[in-house]
Design a protein around this ligand. Structure first.
Ligand code: HEC
Length: 109
């Protein structure tokens, strides 16, 4: 009982960005999901990430930006690859209908 009270106090005082109410399972499955989730949720919730849609280069720039502006520990080598693979495959750019990203009718899908 004391534990429950303590947990409530901790929950209330937690930084709003601290994702106490999220788990990796809420996001689309894929290789690297857990690694990516825990890397990013050290600072903010994963919804902030999941609501973006970017290509690999833009995700890569976001990681650099997190490191330079927000003091994220640099993600390098295979760790960076794992995270980028997941982000690119799971949250690609959303293309507006009829926008520049619309399918090329001359290319067979
Ligand atoms: C060391 C802390 C830290 C880590 C780790 C971190 N971020 Fe962030 N991130 C921030 C802060 C601070 C913001 C700004 C929050 C805001 O805009 O309110 C942010 C914002 C963002 C945004 C929103 C940018 C926008 O235009 O609104 C994206 C996307 C993002 N982070 C991606 C990531 C990804 C992907 C990871 C994991 C690979 C990650 N972050 C890990 C600190 C971090």
């Amino acid at each position: 009982m004391a534990d429950a009270a303590r947990a409530r106090v901790l929950a209330q005082t937690a930084n709003v960005f601290t994702p106490r109410d999220e788990s990796p399972e809420e996001f689309p499955p894929g290789a690297g999901r857990e690694e990516t989730f825990y890397t990013c949720t050290a600072c903010h919730n994963f919804k902030l990430v999941a609501q973006q849609g970017m290509n690999r280069r833009q995700w890569d720039e976001s990681l650099t930006w997190m490191t330079q502006k927000h003091t994220m520990p640099p993600l390098e080598g295979n760790d960076r690859k794992i995270v980028l693979d997941y982000l690119e495959a799971t949250f690609p750019p959303r293309t507006a209908p009829g926008g520049r990203g619309s399918p090329n009718p001359f290319l067979k899908q």
